[in-house]
Design a protein around this ligand. Structure first.
Ligand SMILES: Nc1ncnc2c1ncn2[C@@H]1O[C@H](COP(=O)(O)OP(=O)(O)OP(=O)(O)O)[C@@H](O)[C@H]1O
Length: 991
C-alpha cells in the first residue's frame, strides 16, 4: 500500500471517522492480499497509528516497534505491517522488491513522517525535537505530495503538528454539518491524559486499535479543554469509544447505555475488598496477586471461537489447614507457587485468524511482573486457579508490587440486563481513556473551596480507584454534583422569574445572609401590632424573629417563597396570622389554605376569637371560611366578596385554588402542611392568584402609587408551613429554592410528653386502661388513636375505632366517649371535636385524622393502638396533639408485636422533632419518612443518600449560590449552563 494513497484518503476526508476507518481497512486489506502474492499481517488501524506516531514528541513507541527489525522492513512496520515476514526466503524477496521499486510505497514520505528514524539507504533525518524543526522537514515535501488532494481552503501546511489538529477539527466541523458526526476523535485523543497504566489490559476484540490512545502535554490539554463543552463530551454517543463493534454497540444500547454519561454514571455498587492472597484461596473470592507472566497464548478452539489464556505464576503464603502444630518460623517462611489462568473469550470467525490471535497474545510479555485482581475459580489441578473477570496491570518496577497488592479496590458493578461484568468494566475503562483531563464544568474556585476532585478524576476514581480513599473522594465529588445541579436548577429557575438585577441580588442575599433580613416590630403595621396585643400569651423569641423575617419579605417588591418549619405545637399558626394581618393592614388580601376541613374550621374559629378582642381597630378584617362543604349559596357569596375585595382573609381547603375563586388583590398565600399538597396544586394556586390579582380595589393605607403598580404584576408571597420537622438536608433537597425559617423553641411551660411503650397483650392493655382511668379521674382528656375505622378480616390483629367504641364505653362507664374519623360528614366531625374540646366527651376514639393540626390544649393523654403501623415522624405528630397546654401529658404506644418495640424506643427517649426526623431519615430513608405521597417529590439521587450526605448538600447549596451570585443567568459559565440543561434538574418535583 502506498502511504501517498493513505494520506490522500486522510486529507480528502469528506467522511466521518467511520468512513475513514473503512477506507484504511480497505487499503490494508488490499495490501494483505496483494503484496508478494502472499499475505502479510497488518494493523487495521493504520491511519491513527501513523498519526499518533507522527505527532508524538517522544518516539518511544516507534523505537519499541522497530527494535527487532532492520532496514526496509522498518518502513513496512511503520505503515502497519507489524508481524511482517516470517521466513528468510520471503524476507529476501521482499527486500529485493523494495530495492527494485516494485513495492508501491513512498519511503520519502515515511522518512518525513518519522524524522528521527533512519530508513535503509534514505538520508538520515535529524531527530524531531520541536515544531520548528519538524515543519522545516515537512514544509518542502509533504505539500507537494499531497498537492491537489487537500481541499483548497485548508492551508497546505496542514500536516504541521502545530496546525494539524486545528485543521482536522475544522474539517470535521464541516463534515459534521452534513454527517452529524461528533467531536473528532483525534482531538479528544490529543487531550487524553490517562496513561495511568500503559500496559493495563484493555483487551478488545479489535485489540490493535487501542494503541492510539496516547497522552499529550498538560498545557495542551488545558487549552483544548476550554474549547470542548463537557456536556458535549459526556453526551456523545457511545460509538465514540474506540474498538466497539456493531454487536457490542447494540448490546450496550439495549442496556440503556446510549451516551458516555450513561456509561460513566453506571457506578460500582461496591468494591471488593481485595485481599492479597495471604488467605486460603476459595472459589468466588475477589483477590489481588502480584506475579510473573509465564505464558500468553491466543488459542483457536473452533472455527468461530477462540480465547486468550495468560498464565501468571504467583508466590503466596502457604496456609495449610492443619498447620497449628507447625513451628511458627517454618510456617512463616514457607511459600508456594500458584498459577492463575486468565481467560478471555472471543466469539466470531474473524477472531479465530492467526493474526488476531497473535496480536492479542503479544499484548502480554513473558516475564513481566504484573498485578492481577479479580474473581478466582479453583481448577481441577491443585494450585491452579482460573480468572475470567480480571484486571491486569504491568508493574514497571517490581518494588511497586506491595503498593499494588495492598487493597486496590475492585469495582463490582450492578448487573445490567445480563451484561457481562467483565465486558462492562472493559468498556468503562475504554470510555475513561477518551476523557480529557480536567474535564470539569465547575469553576475552579468552587472545586478548590469545597475540596473537590476534578470531574475527570472523579470518574477515574470511582471506576478505577487506587485505594478506598480515592473512591471516597470521587464519590463525594459525584454526590456533590447531584446535589449541586439540583440546587442550581432550583435557584436558577427562581432567579429567572425575577425581573431586575436588583431583585435578583436581593433574593440571593436573602439566602446568603438570612440574619440581616428581619424588620423591627416598630415598623409592623398598626393592625399587626394590635393583633399581637390581644394574644393571650407573649410570643417566644423564635416566633418573634420568624414574624420579623416574614414581614421583612412582605415589604419587598419580590415575591416571597418561604418555608416555616417547627416542631409540633410550637406555635406556627399565630405567626401565619400575624403575616396575614400585616398584609391586610396594607390593604391587601390573604388566603390560608389547609389540608383538612377540620383544621380550616379550627383556624377560622381561633382567628375569630382573637379578632373579637380587637376593639380599638376601626375596621376589623372580614374573614371567611370556604371549604368543600360550604353550602353553594354561601360559597358564591364568599367568592363575590373575594372578587370585590370585601373579604380580606379567607381560610379554606383546596377549594381555594378552584378556578372560580378570584381575588381582588391577593398579597399572601399561606399553605399549611404544605407537603400534603402536590407541587402542581401549589403552583396552580400561585399562578392563578397572580393572573387574577389584576388590580387592588382596596384602599391601601401605607403603600404609595408606585408600590401599587408593582403589585399588579407581582405574584403573591407564599408562606408554606410544615408541621413535620424534616431534617435540613431533606428540606434543602425538597425546597432548595425556598427561604427557610425555623421555630426552634416551644412556648414556655410545656413539659415533654412522657411516652410509654407497652406490648399490646392482655396485660399490656389492662395496664393502659388503668393509666387512662387515673388520668380521667384527675380531670384529663384522652385520645385513643386507631390505625383503621372498621375491623378487617384480612388484618384481624388491628384494633378499629368504630368497633372499639362499645368496648371502651363499657370499660369507662362513668365517662363519655366520642368517635372521629375521615368517613364522617364534615359537620359530624366538627361536632365530635367541639364536644371533646368543650369537655362534653372525655375520651375521643379517632383515626389519624387528628394527626394534623388538631389543637385541644387540655387534652392530656394519648393512647395509640397498633403503634407499629405508624412511622416515627407520624407518631411524633400524633403525640403532639397532647401536651399543648401546661398540663403534664402522657402518651402510650401499644404495639401488637414485641419486635416493633425496639424501633419505637427512640420516641420514648426523645421528644425533639428534628432529632426524631433525623433518626427516621437514617433508619428508613427519605421516602418512608415523608410518606407515600411525598416520597414522589424527592428527587432521585443515584449515589447520594440524603440521610448521610446532608452536609454535602449544604455545601452544594452554598456553591450554587456562589455561582449564581457571580452570574445570575450563568452566561459566564456556559459549560455549567449546558451541563445543567443536560441534567434537567429544573423540574425534579412532580405531582
Ligand atoms: N408563645 C406562646 N405561648 C403560649 N402558648 C402558645 C404560644 N404560641 C402558641 N401557643 C399555643 O400553642 C398551641 C399550639 O399552637 P399552634 O397550633 O400554632 O402550633 P402549631 O405549630 O401550628 O402546631 P401543629 O404543628 O400541631 O399544627 C396553641 O394552643 C397556641 O395557642
Amino acid at each position: 500500500m502506498a502511504v501517498t494513497t493513505l494520506s490522500v484518503q486522510l486529507c480528502s476526508m469528506g467522511f466521518s471517522e467511520k468512513c475513514l476507518r473503512r477506507a484504511v481497512n480497505f487499503e490494508a486489506e488490499r495490501a494483505y492480499r496483494n503484496i508478494f502474492g502472499r499475505p502479510l499481517r497488518f494493523s487495521n488501524f493504520l491511519a491513527p497509528k501513523i498519526l499518533t506516531l507522527c505527532f508524538r514528541s517522544k518516539h518511544k513507541f516507534s523505537d519499541k516497534l522497530l527494535k527487532d527489525v532492520e532496514g526496509y522492513e522498518k518502513e513496512l512496520v511503520l505503515m502497519g505491517y507489524t508481524g511482517l515476514i516470517d521466513d528468510d526466503r520471503s524476507r529476501e524477496k521482499f527486500r529485493e522488491n523494495l530495492k527494485n521499486g516494485s513495492v508501491d510505497f513512498d519511503a520519502t514520505l515515511a522518512c518525513k513522517q518519522f524524522p528521527s528514524i533512519s530508513l535503509g539507504g534514505f538520508p538520515t533525518v535529524e531527530l524531531y525535537d520541536g515544531p520548528a524543526g519538524y515543519s522545516q522537514t515537512t514544509e518542502s515535501a509533504v505539500p507537494q505530495i499531497l498537492e491537489g488532494c487537500i481541499p483548497s481552503h485548508i492551508d497546505a501546511n496542514w500536516v504541521d503538528p502545530e496546525c494539524f489538529y486545528q485543521n482536522l477539527h475544522s474539517l470535521y466541523a464541516e463534515i459534521s454539518n452534513t454527517n452529524a458526526s461528533c467531536i473528532p476523535q483525534e482531538k479528544l485523543k490529543k487531550s487524553t491524559m490517562y496513561s495511568q497504566s500503559p500496559d493495563r489490559e484493555t483487551e478488545t476484540q479489535n485489540a490493535s486499535q487501542s494503541t492510539v490512545d496516547k497522552p499529550c502535554s498538560n498545557t495542551e490539554s488545558e487549552t483544548e479543554q476550554s474549547a470542548i463543552s463537557v456536556a458535549e463530551i459526556l453526551d456523545k454517543h457511545i460509538n465514540c469509544i474506540p474498538g466497539l463493534n456493531k454487536r457490542q454497540l447494540t448490546q450496550l444500547e439495549n442496556c440503556g447505555f446510549h451516551t458516555m454519561r450513561k456509561l460513566l454514571h453506571h457506578f460500582p455498587r461496591t468494591y471488593a475488598d481485595l485481599q492479597n492472597a495471604e488467605v486460603e484461596i476459595d472459589d468466588g473470592q475477589y483477590l489481588i496477586f502480584v506475579g510473573r507472566i509465564m505464558s500468553s497464548k491466543g488459542i483457536r478452539a473452533s472455527c468461530s471461537f477462540s480465547f486468550l489464556e495468560v498464565v501468571v505464576a504467583c508466590e503466596v503464603e502457604n496456609i495449610e489447614p492443619n498447620s497449628e502444630c507447625m513451628d511458627d518460623e517454618v510456617q512463616n517462611t514457607r511459600k508456594r507457587t500458584i498459577y492463575l489462568h486468565l481467560k478471555k473469550f472471543f466469539r466470531g470467525t474473524r477472531f479465530t485468524y492467526t493474526p488476531f490471535l497473535r496480536s492479542i497474545q503479544e499484548k502480554h510479555r513473558e516475564g513481566d511482573v504484573v498485578c492481577v485482581s479479580g474473581k478466582v475459580r479453583t481448577m481441577r489441578n491443585k494450585d491452579h486457579f482460573e480468572m475470567r473477570e480480571y484486571n491486569i496491570d504491568v508493574l514497571e518496577n517490581e518494588g511497586d508490587s506491595c503498593v499494588y497488592a495492598k487493597g486496590r479496590p475492585y469495582p463490582i458493578y450492578p448487573s445490567k440486563k445480563g451484561l457481562n461484568p467483565d465486558f462492562l468494566r472493559d468498556i468503562i475503562s475504554r470510555a475513561l481513556k477518551t476523557l480529557p483531563i480536567d474535564l470539569d464544568p465547575l469553576p475552579k474556585d468552587v472545586t478548590r473551596e469545597f475540596g473537590l476532585l476534578a470531574l475527570s478524576d472523579a470518574y477515574m476514581g470511582i471506576h478505577q480507584p487506587t485505594n478506598l480513599n480515592v473512591a471516597d473522594l470521587a464519590r463525594r465529588r459525584l454526590i456533590f454534583d447531584e446535589f449541586f445541579y439540583l440546587q442550581l436548577g432550583k435557584l436558577f429557575q427562581m432567579l429567572d422569574g425575577l425581573g431586575t438585577k436588583l431583585e435578583k441580588d436581593g433574593m440571593l442575599e436573602k439566602y446568603t445572609k438570612p440574619a440581616l433580613n428581619t424588620i423591627f416590630m416598630e415598623e409592623w403595621s398598626n393592625i399587626t401590632k394590635k393583633f399581637m396585643k390581644v394574644l393571650p400569651y407573649t410570643l417566644t423569641s423564635s416566633q418573634l424573629s420568624a414574624t420579623s423575617e416574614i414581614i421583612w419579605d412582605l415589604k419587598r417588591p419580590v415575591p416571597m417563597n418561604r418555608l416555616l418549619q417547627g416542631d409540633v405545637g410550637c406555635g406556627k399558626t399565630v405567626v401565619a396570622f400575624l403575616a396575614c394581618m400585616e398584609v391586610i393592614g396594607s390593604g391587601y388580601q390573604a388566603a390560608f389554605m389547609v389540608p383538612t376541613e377540620l383544621l380550616a374550621i379550627q383556624h377560622y374559629e381561633h382567628l375569630l376569637g382573637l379578632l373579637e378582642k380587637l376593639d380599638e381597630v376601626n375596621e376589623k378584617p372580614s374573614v371567611a371560611l370556604l371549604t368543600g362543604s360550604t353550602p353553594s349559596k354561601k360559597a358564591q357569596f364568599i367568592r363575590k366578596g373575594l372578587q370585590s375585595g370585601d373579604i380580606s382573609l379567607v381560610i379554606g381547603t383546596h377549594t381555594l385554588i378552584a378556578e372560580k375563586v378570584e381575588f381582588s388583590a391577593l398579597r399572601i398565600a399561606i399553605v399549611d402542611e404544605q407537603h400534603r399538597f402536590g407541587v402542581v396544586q401549589r403552583g396552580r394556586f400561585n399562578g392563578k392568584l397572580y393572573f387574577n390579582s389584576i388590580t387592588s380595589q382596596l384602599t391601601p393605607t401605607t403603600s404609595n402609587d408606585d408600590a401599587l403598580k408593582n403589585d399588579i404584576v407581582m405574584a403573591p408571597h407564599v408562606l408554606a408551613m410544615s408541621a413535620t420537622p424534616i431534617p435540613r438536608s431533606l428540606a434543602l433537597a425538597l425546597y432548595g429554592d425556598m427561604s427557610l425559617t425555623q421555630i426552634t423553641d416551644l412556648p414556655p411551660g410545656r413539659t415533654p410528653v412522657k411516652t410509654y411503650l407497652i406490648e399490646g397483650n392482655e396485660v399490656g392493655y389492662e395496664k393502659a386502661y388503668q393509666m387512662m382511668l387515673e388520668e380521667l379521674q384527675e380531670g384529663g382528656k384522652v385520645y385513643i388513636v386507631y390505625p383503621v375505622i372498621e375491623q378487617s378480616e384480612q388484618l384481624p390483629q388491628l384494633r378499629a375505632a368504630s368497633a372499639d367504641l362499645e368496648t371502651i364505653s363499657d370499660k369507662f362507664p362513668n365517662y363519655s366517649c366520642g368517635l372521629l374519623h375521615g368517613r364522617m360528614k364534615s359537620d359530624e366531625k366538627d361536632e365530635a371535636l367541639r364536644r371533646f374540646r368543650y369537655g362534653e366527651t372525655n375520651i375521643l376514639l379517632s383515626t389519624q385524622v387528628i394527626e394534623i393540626g388538631v389543637d385541644v390544649p387540655d387534652a392530656s393523654m394519648m393512647v395509640v393502638m397498633n403503634a407499629e403501623r405508624f412511622g416515627i415522624a407520624q407518631l411524633h405528630q400524633l403525640r403532639g396533639r397532647v401536651g399543648r397546654g401546661e398540663r403534664k401529658s402522657k402518651c402510650i404506644l401499644l404495639t401488637s408485636t414485641s419486635s416493633s418495640l425496639k424501633r419505637l424506643k427512640v420516641l420514648e427517649k426523645s421528644s425533639d422533632g428534628f432529632y426524631l426526623a433525623n433518626m427516621d431519615l437514617l433508619l428508613r430513608g427519605p421516602g418512608d419518612l415523608l410518606g407515600k405521597k411525598q416520597s414522589g417529590h424527592i428527587p432521585e439521587f443515584p449515589i447520594a443518600r440524603l440521610e448521610i450526605d446532608g452536609n454535602i448538600l449544604q455545601d452544594a447549596h452554598l456553591a450554587a449560590l456562589k455561582v449564581l451570585e457571580e452570574s445570575h443567568d450563568l452566561e459566564r459559565f456556559p459549560d455549567l449552563k449546558a451541563e445543567l440543561s443536560m441534567r434537567q434538574p429544573l423540574c425534579p418535583l412532580g405531582d
